[in-house]
Design a protein around this ligand. Structure first.
Ligand SMILES: *Cc1c(COP(=O)(O)O)cnc(C)c1O
Ligand code: SF4
Length: 336
């Protein structure tokens, strides 16, 4: 396996970086010079949700630190196997899917499952048990979804989600965007993606051109949970998007052992801002099976949030929200 230094991978394509991503526990720990004996309970990831971490993300982790907040997001632990409290579909998304590949929960915005995979497997992900093959985008599904949105004139925003929509190549993505462009009542396009964080090289000039060309006002919502996930290349990727007229926002999840303290959250907001990204949501953890060890309950979340309120300007304060199945929008938890 080739090991890239930071300067080498700058010249690599995002596809190549993805191909070279770390896919085993041993490889990950050895890249970080961490001994298996640092963990009281060693454990492999389930086959259905293996370890997957691109090297640019690994490069931002501390060497020899088994408690690194970035490492904790991607390294499987014993708790994944012993959890009995979480649920496979905590948000009950299956109930709100009128067509394969489409989730329509909120009146005026729909979510499209555009790609079945991600560039990184986050252990806390609420979609970790989702059967993406069953809802993956195909030409005929896209036709049906187009028809559904065209007939639903209340829908004014489409969110490309997944998996990670930027796992599609630029031409496939272009096809979807061009198709959406033709629906007159649509005003906004949103892309929910972690790729600009874990492989910033994904923000190619071709991608920016696709977004510039679209008639829709576009927002890219990235996903970073800790300030150390943001480096100069992430900042550059966000700048390219901004130069393309795109609003760049971040959503984070409050995760035990990763970012569940005021200092860490304040630093995240400040670092995002310095990297041309505005904080949008801070989600409470969704109780997904196999990841309950990341949970801080909403009451504790509000306590932590109150402590950051006084330390950030209003525009750098994310909205603390929780997702409750059946609600017409996300629930705002701290309004004061
Ligand atoms: C979160 C979410 C949205 C977007 O909600 P916003 O509050 O507009 O960010 C849309 N659809 C689904 C199913 C969601 O979970
Ligand atoms: S990138 Fe997003 S969808 Fe993919 S595993 Fe991570 S949290 Fe889940």
């Amino acid at each position: 396996m080739i090991s890239h230094t930071s300067s080498q991978w700058q010249s690599l394509s995002w596809q190549k970086i993805l191909q070279d991503a770390i896919r085993t526990r041993q490889e990950l720990l050895s890249a970080l010079d961490i001994d298996e004996s640092s963990f009281s309970e060693a454990c492999d990831a389930p086959e259905s949700f293996p370890i997957l971490v691109p090297r640019p993300f690994v490069d931002r982790m501390d060497k020899r630190n088994p408690d690194d907040p970035l490492l904790r997001q991607v390294l499987a632990t014993r708790a994944e196997w012993t959890d009995t409290l979480g649920r496979a579909d905590p948000l009950e998304e299956a109930k709100f899917s009128p067509l394969p590949g489409l989730i329509h929960k909120y009146a005026n915005r729909v979510l499209l499952i555009t790609a079945g995979t991600c560039a990184v497997n986050c252990r806390y992900c609420f979609r970790r048990h989702t059967d993406y093959q069953a809802s993956m985008m195909t030409v005929s599904r896209l036709e049906a979804i187009h028809e559904y949105i065209a007939q639903n004139t209340r829908i004014d925003e489409v969110i490309l989600s997944g998996g990670d929509p930027l796992m599609l190549n630029d031409s496939k993505l272009g096809l979807i965007i061009n198709k959406l462009d033709t629906i007159k009542h649509l005003r906004r396009l949103r892309i929910h993606t972690r790729l600009p964080i874990v492989i910033p090289q994904r923000v190619t000039p071709e991608l920016c051109q696709q977004l510039i060309k679209s008639r829709l006002k576009t927002t890219v919502v990235v996903h970073a949970n800790h300030a150390r996930e943001i480096d100069a290349q992430v900042s550059e990727a966000a700048r390219l998007l901004r130069d393309a007229g795109v609003t760049v926002l971040n959503q984070a999840v409050l995760l035990k052992g990763v970012n569940d303290n005021p200092n860490s959250l304040v630093e995240l907001s400040q670092t995002l801002f310095e990297a041309n990204i505005l904080p949008y949501y801070l989600h409470t953890f969704d109780p997904v099976l196999g990841a309950m060890h990341f949970e801080r309950d909403p009451v504790e979340a509000i306590e932590i949030f109150k402590q950051i309120q006084g330390r950030l300007p209003g525009y750098l304060l994310p909205k603390l929200v929780s997702e409750r199945p059946g609600e017409h929008a996300k629930t705002l938890l701290a309004i004061s």
